[in-house]
Design a protein around this ligand. Structure first.
Ligand SMILES: *[C@@H]1O[C@H](CO)[C@@H](O)[C@H](O)[C@H]1NC(C)=O
Ligand SMILES: *[C@@H]1O[C@H](CO)[C@@H](O)[C@H](O)[C@H]1NC(C)=O
Length: 361
């Protein structure tokens, strides 16, 4: 009996104290939460927080035991390395190295050795500016067979031309093996597919071997729309061959070329495939842009039409079907066999077996 009131009185006093303590405790926690030092449900540090803590201990030189994330000396070396490889600035929108129209030379005595000597910064067919990051990475694709002299003239002019434009570029020769009828368009599709195995190029220049650009303001870069670069050539009095002409040298971005499913593979022999590409571009509601006539000038190195590249008599029939065929005949149906990929200093030489025209011809 006598114990009960005592316990009651004692408990009541303690209860008050306990309540007070609890209140203070809650208040302190709420204050800490508001000030941001405590997150309500993350009182146990997460793995990330542990790493962060370890990192700051390392920086403070605390965690020197082996097995720590870094030792301070390693950290110092990493910092030095980062300073050495300071990110390069982008190259200017307009290269300061451009020189405008330049006289071209076509010396019969020119040798590959000499052109290599003049282009020491090119290796494995590729080049990039030493002191800035190029605005675009560009793959130049040149279909080729039996035109070594023209190729040499083109390489002689094109390498310095592209370097003055401060581009990251590579030159691909797509060489059709065998003696079957030539198929420029299919070789260009192959060039696109093969070049993308090396690098994710922004822009593709589809380039005939016998056309040499005269003015380096004619930029080998891609625009918002597909670009046709040969406004005129010496062999046509520097006039567009015909309205809608889209041959010789064109520039399409990786996405633009994919969107039109590339070139048709079914044009064997000379002509028509460039008009088909223009129709594909128009079917995709894109348009063709060109540089001003004074800039889009080319010299066509003289030659006779090669054996194995006779006029394609079927081209008008094929052209009338482009709107049905473009989805089926193109990059997505381009079958070939790669025979070799060689990388001499000035170009990448992709040699391919592309089969032959259907026997109905
Ligand atoms: C264009 O210029 C090249 C190089 O000088 C020359 O070989 C060719 O005959 C010229 N073509 C015409 C039609 O003048
Ligand atoms: C490309 O490689 C093939 C196969 O080795 C060779 O026959 C051809 O001459 C080469 N072409 C060039 C331009 O180097």
């Amino acid at each position: 009996m006598g114990l009960c009131p005592t316990v009651y009185r004692f408990t009541r006093k303690t209860k008050c104290l306990l309540l007070l303590a609890l209140c203070l405790c809650v208040l302190a926690w709420v204050a800490a939460f508001i000030s941001g030092t405590v997150k309500p449900f993350e009182l146990v540090p997460t793995q990330v927080q542990k790493w962060e803590r370890m990192g700051s201990e390392v920086e403070a030189g605390l965690n020197t035991e082996p097995g720590g994330l870094y030792t301070p000396t390693e950290l110092l070396q990493t910092k030095e390395k980062e300073e050495e490889e300071l990110p390069k600035a982008p190259c200017p929108k307009k290269s300061p190295l451009l020189r405008g129209p330049l006289p071209l030379s076509f010396e019969p005595a020119l040798t590959l050795g000499r052109v290599e000597g003049e282009n020491g910064a090119v290796s494995g067919g590729q080049y990039q500016p030493a002191d800035c990051v190029a605005q675009q990475s560009v793959a130049v694709l040149i279909p080729h067979r039996n035109r070594e002299k023209h190729l040499l003239y083109l390489l002689h002019h094109l390498h310095p031309f592209l370097q003055r434009q401060q581009l990251h570029y590579a030159i691909y020769i797509i060489h059709q093996a065998g003696e079957e009828t030539f198929n420029r368009a299919k070789l260009l599709n192959i060039g696109y597919l093969e070049a993308l195995k090396d690098y994710s190029w922004d822009c593709f220049i589809f380039h005939d071997v016998d056309l040499v650009p005269e003015n380096d303001h004619n930029l080998y870069t891609c625009d918002q729309q597909p670009k046709h670069l040969v406004v005129g050539r010496n062999s046509t009095g520097y006039k567009l061959r015909y309205k809608g002409y889209f041959g010789g040298v064109t520039a399409l971005s990786r996405q633009q070329f994919l969107k039109v499913n590339g070139f048709p593979n079914s044009y064997w022999g000379w002509g028509g495939e460039d008009d088909d590409l223009r129709k594909r571009v128009e079917l995709q509601r894109m348009s063709v842009v060109r540089p001003p006539a004074a800039i889009g000038r080319y010299t066509m190195v003289f030659h006779q039409r090669d054996n194995g590249n006779e006029v394609n008599k079927d081209r008008m029939r094929l052209l009338s079907k482009t709107s049905d065929m473009w989805k089926k005949d193109g990059l997505n149906s381009c079958t070939y066999q790669t025979l070799s990929v060689e990388r001499p200093p000035l170009y990448i030489n992709v040699t391919v077996n592309i089969g032959k025209p259907p026997s109905t011809h």
